[in-house]
Design a protein around this ligand. Sequence first.
Ligand code: AMP
Ligand code: ZN
Length: 137
Amino acid sequence: MKEDCIFCKIANGMISSTTIYENSDFKVILDVSPASKGHTLILPKEHFDNIFDMDADTAGKLFSLAAAVARALKQATNCDGMNIVQNNGEIAGQTVFHFHMHLIPRYEGDQVQVTWNPGTATQEELNEIAAAVKKEL
Ligand code: AMP
Ligand code: ZN
């Protein structure tokens, strides 16, 4: 638990939330300001600021839970699609600095925006960044 972290308090039951699912590692809640009907957040109970400091075990469990929650949400809402979004750092739009994953059901004609403008890169630039990342893995 990190002092003054609202999602630590929610994940560990010290602040109430609309909870969909809970196990020993995660709490799954509804976002209080939903982008669409059924907007859901998956919170680890342990505090990680963001993806960069999450351990591999938690990260692995997270995605299998995300897949199960996505299927349940789809069944429950009858949505037409879903965005799974996860912001890391202020520049990336993170506002609560306890790791969380968004599951945002999408409906035909909705006004939700999860988007970016396609850019351009030369093959040389692609090769360069690929080689740099490869070295780190
Ligand atoms: P992000 O911008 O990725 O950090 O997302 C933070 C999300 O947390 C936003 O979608 C907020 O609406 C949501 N949020 C903030 N406080 C609460 C809360 N007490 N209960 C549920 N969701 C919250
Ligand atoms: Zn926290």
